[in-house]
Design a protein around this ligand. Structure first.
Ligand SMILES: Cc1cc2nc3c(=O)[nH]c(=O)nc-3n(C[C@H](O)[C@H](O)[C@H](O)COP(=O)(O)OP(=O)(O)OC[C@H]3O[C@@H](n4cnc5c(N)ncnc54)[C@H](O)[C@@H]3O)c2cc1C
Length: 389
């Protein structure tokens, strides 16, 4: 058994752990970052990057790189089946350097973060799986398996759990993850297709179809790929061309023709927030701290913002011993997590409910939004997360 002492250990090299490791390194703090996977996940998952995320990533010098590799979406259109527009959420008037939603698959966001981390001299140690955690007032100690078998210990002044929804770190320190699960499943598919709306201005918009059959979102991705996200009662594990075609035919506009499914998946969603983000020498960020409906595409964005703001507070704590910034970070990020979970929960329930009253409320709200630009603007502002500054 060997024990090493680090300043910071980050468990999990998803977007949250990568952003934290890179920003700490930029601030002069070397953190050990490890992940149990042999290599990073190469699937698209979270598709959109919001304005506030690009703002917080600016000091790392990667926002322009991300913008160059993604597609700038200027608006989200809420439509009914057949294509009639009910409301438009315009992003191009937001008071930010990034007045758009950036369509960029999560694997590319992670690739850019990894490249920056390496440029700054950092690395990811893989495959290492943290299996248990104990702590004293001075440090936290992780037990881990490397390459599946060898059990060792690592200690650090701070351990940050960026280890996702089923976070071992969160469970080891006994922080409750309060919330629940939705009944509905979501289909996710990246496809090559003829999309009739790509021939006009809608090519640079997110298209959200709301109807009795469910919600369907269509967004363009780089390399002529389209992302389909749709609610469905019992979707297959890997939706194929026919499954995607059936969704588009039943819920969107005539003329869509799916040629190939590049990647597809289904997932069920939960809405939960950790009761706290700190327990002694242990901190939580990203999906380990909050998960919610993909409505609005806030998941990865909120995690990356947790990470960048945590890097600053942690650097102060390490350099001066002053932990007041950490306390302020926890308070602010918990408030934001609750707000994201509440908003996306309301949006999801309203959009999914088959209850006639909820249906009526949804139609009235859409009608109101369609006629009150201030309301559309408020939704755009909320989604962009720029009020988290
Ligand atoms: C199929 C799918 C589709 C999605 N679609 C969207 C979307 O459209 N929009 C959106 O906003 N979000 C979406 N998400 C959610 C988004 O991917 C997450 O919010 C984001 O990945 C969170 O980042 P994270 O770094 O906090 O956690 P993760 O990306 O989950 O990373 C956690 C990392 O920790 C590692 N790890 C876990 N346990 C251990 C351990 N014990 N020891 C070592 N390493 C460990 C894992 O291997 C993983 O690499 C989707 C997720 C999935 C799975």
């Amino acid at each position: 058994m060997t024990t090493r002492m680090e300043d910071v250990i980050i468990v999990g090299a998803g977007p949250t752990g990568l952003a934290l490791a890179a920003e700490l390194r930029r601030l002069g703090i070397g953190a050990m970052l490890f992940d149990r996977l042999v290599e990073g996940a190469n699937t698209s998952r979270a598709t959109v990057v919001h304005a506030r995320t690009l703002e917080v990533l600016e000091p790392l010098g990667i926002s322009d790189v991300m913008v160059a590799r993604g597609i700038q979406l200027r608006a989200g259109q809420l439509r009914e089946k057949g294509g009639k527009i009910k409301a438009t959420i315009a992003f191009d008037e937001l008071p930010t350097k990034y007045p758009f939603v950036l369509a960029l698959p999560q694997n590319l966001t992670e690739e850019i973060l990894v490249a920056r981390l390496r440029e700054l001299g950092g690395s990811i140690v893989r495959p290492i799986e943290a299996t248990s955690l104990t702590q004293t007032s001075q440090c936290a100690t992780l037990t881990y398996t490397a390459a599946g078998t060898l059990v060792q210990e690592l200690s650090a002044r701070w351990v940050v759990g960026c280890d996702g929804l089923h976070s071992m770190v969160r469970q080891a320190v006994g922080i409750d993850f309060t919330g629940g699960a939705y009944e509905e499943s979501f289909v996710l598919a990246d496809v090559e297709m003829d999309w009739p709306m790509s021939s006009h201005a809608a090519a640079n918009t997110l298209e959200l179809f709301l109807g009795d059959e469910g919600i369907t979102l269509i967004a363009p991705l780089p390399n002529n790929i389209w992302r389909i996200i749709a609610t469905q009662a019992n979707p297959p594990q890997h939706p194929d061309v026919q499954d995607c075609q059936a969704i588009l035919d039943a819920r969107t506009v005539a003329g869509a023709k799916v040629h190939r499914v590049v990647w597809s998946s289904r997932f069920r969603i939960q809405h939960r927030v950790a009761d706290k983000l700190r327990q002694g020498r242990v901190l939580l960020a990203g999906d380990a701290a909050h998960v919610h409906s993909p409505a609005g595409g806030q998941g990865m964005n909120t995690g990356v913002q947790d990470a960048i703001t945590l890097a600053n507070a942690l650097t102060t704590a390490i350099r001066s011993g002053d932990e007041s910034e950490l306390a302020a970070w926890e308070e602010k990020r918990l408030k934001i997590a609750h707000s994201v979970v509440n908003t996306t929960d309301k949006m999801t329930k309203l959009a999914l409910s088959s209850n006639p009253l909820a249906h009526l409320l949804r139609e009235s709200m859409l009608g109101l939004m369609g006629h009150v630009p201030a309301l559309e603007h408020a939704v755009a502002r909320r989604l962009s997360e720029i009020d988290n500054r």
